[in-house]
Design a protein around this ligand. Structure first.
Ligand code: CDP
Length: 215
């Protein structure tokens, strides 16, 4: 079947940017698996479902009408591209993602993105759970300080005020939750190559992944 490049890593590591650029260069499809957890977070909030109720969240997933078209994401016919990107939804996403019922309900949908001529998939468990047969597995990371600074600059560029110390704390909380959960914790998968990007530009990171893929 078609080749998959799996790119996993912690929050704000830049994996989304790198993964989508690698996909573009290769003409591959791109899966932003974090967006799916964000969609579950948003949908459950709208319907008043408790983020701690795994069974009910698991039943919600197959009812959602999700579509990705030209980097526009819609949920039940509504454009939610921006609505799923808030800090609040990010935090809620990491809470709903703890439940095995939610994770298993999303497996088939994630695998359906594997289409001709290939796929670049980014997330936390792309290499370990969803695409264990990926031809290339990358664990993309950066120090917490570097990641907090990147997020800060992104927010400021969008005209959103932010405090670096709050962002750092937020990110460390999310790291702790992603790493300590029982199901699919964030880890360096067997056979994965670690890419430390604290001192790399986006172009350098993209080039490294492409070199690894082509070698
Ligand atoms: O990069 P960032 O953490 O800001 O967001 P994301 O990649 O959009 O993911 C949002 C949340 O979904 C993460 O904090 C994870 O807890 C969860 N997630 C997951 O559990 N498994 C994935 N494959 C992708 C995301």
């Amino acid at each position: 079947s078609y080749p998959v490049i799996a790119i996993d890593g912690p929050t704000a590591s830049g994996k989304g940017t790198v993964a989508s650029l690698v996909a573009e260069k290769l003409g591959f499809h791109y899966l932003d698996s974090g967006a799916l957890y964000r969609l579950v977070a948003l949908a459950s909030e709208k319907r008043g479902i408790d983020a701690k109720n795994g069974p009910e969240l698991g039943l919600l997933v197959p009812k959602l009408l999700i579509s990705f078209k030209n980097s526009q994401i819609s949920l039940d016919g509504e454009d939610v591209t921006d609505a799923i990107r808030t800090e609040n939804i990010g935090l809620r996403a990491s809470t709903v993602a703890v439940h095995p019922e939610v994770r298993s309900a999303l497996v088939g949908l994630q695998r359906s993105f594997r289409q001709f001529p290939g796929l670049v998939a980014d997330g936390r468990d792309m290499a370990s759970v969803i695409f264990p047969d990926a031809v290339l597995k990358v664990f993309l990371t950066a120090t917490a300080a570097a990641r907090a600074e990147r997020r800060y600059k992104q927010l400021i560029a969008k005209g959103i005020s932010a405090k670096l110390s709050d962002l750092l704390q937020d990110l460390q909380e999310r790291d702790a939750r992603d790493s300590s959960r029982g199901t699919a914790p964030l880890l360096v998968a067997d056979g994965a190559k670690v890419l430390e990007t604290s001192d790399l530009s986006i172009d350098q990171a993209v080039k490294t992944v492409l070199d690894w893929y082509q070698s």
